[in-house]
Write a protein that binds this ligand. Structure first.
Ligand SMILES: CC(C)(COP(=O)(O)OP(=O)(O)OC[C@H]1O[C@@H](n2cnc3c(N)ncnc32)[C@H](O)[C@@H]1O)[C@@H](O)C(=O)NCCC(=O)NCCS
Ligand SMILES: Nc1ncnc2c1ncn2[C@@H]1O[C@H](COP(=O)(O)OP(=O)(O)OP(=O)(O)O)[C@@H](O)[C@H]1O
Length: 199
């Protein structure tokens, strides 16, 4: 029996920090952001569709997607974001469903679905439980600006294109507070692993 843990959280909340630890503890990780990149690699129908919608300018000279430019376009414009989601959303879902099926066949004990837009995409229906990583809004803006080298305005556009943390936390089965030292965050994850007999 494979136990599927959904792992979500707002942008730059600390999902990767938590999933790296869960991997270290033996979990298998499916990373939504990685899959989102795979489905628009050069030569994919995903990239061809994006080119026809957003124009040649979003393709770099080496044939790859200009993510920075597309990000600037979509996160400040809900209509454009919806057009992007309509193309990549179904491709991401198809791939994730196939990987879940494979993980069940291989009888992985603990599978983690790390998906930023978990509740927006209703991925909770594939999960046994959902863990949300949470940080206060001011820390979120700070960490995002620093990590992605974004202006405050750009960081806020990205945050506001997602479900609010309050709503996400309400829907999750367990909320991990990542506002303090990483060690304190991981202690909460260890507690979850122990309570669920994975450690
Ligand atoms: C717009 C794109 C090209 C910007 O690329 P960039 O390299 O700057 O960002 P990256 O992909 O690393 O995403 C960073 C974070 O942005 C947030 N984010 C990404 N896509 C979306 C979206 N459609 N809606 C809201 N937030 C999003 C997530 O928190 C994600 O972790 C890229 O984010 C993208 O293709 N997004 C659509 C795919 C998607 O929905 N991804 C979410 C994974 S399920
Ligand atoms: N407890 C912490 N204290 C200080 N910095 C942290 C902490 N946890 C994570 N960070 C930093 O905050 C940033 C965001 O963390 P991380 O990449 O794990 O978030 P994420 O939720 O996976 O982000 P995204 O979904 O946007 O990729 C990173 O630069 C990370 O090093």
């Amino acid at each position: 029996m494979t136990y599927i843990l959904g792992l979500t959280g707002g942008i730059a909340s600390g999902k990767s920090t938590v999933s790296a630890f869960l991997k270290q503890k033996g979990a298998v990780i499916i990373d939504g952001d990685v899959i989102a990149r795979e489905v628009v690699e050069p030569g994919t129908t995903g990239l061809t569709k994006l080119k026809s919608i957003f124009g040649e300018s979003i393709i770099r000279t080496d044939g790859t997607l200009n993510r920075k430019l597309l990000g600037k376009t979509v996160f400040r414009d809900k209509t454009q974001l919806a057009r992007l989601n309509a193309v990549v959303g179904p491709l991401i879902r198809e791939r994730i469903k196939a990987l879940i099926a494979q993980s069940r066949r291989l009888k992985y004990k603990l599978l983690v679905l790390e998906i930023p837009l978990l509740f927006e995409g209703h991925y909770e229906k594939y999960c046994d439980s959902v863990m949300a990583v949470s940080i206060p809004a001011n820390i979120q803006v700070e960490r995002l600006m620093k990590r992605n080298n974004l202006s405050k305005e750009e960081a806020e556009y990205r945050i506001n294109s997602q479900m609010s943390q309050a709503e996400r936390n309400k829907r999750a089965d367990v909320v991990i507070d990542n506002s303090k030292q990483v060690e304190e965050t991981l202690a909460q994850v260890i507690e979850w692993l122990i309570m669920n007999k994975f450690a």
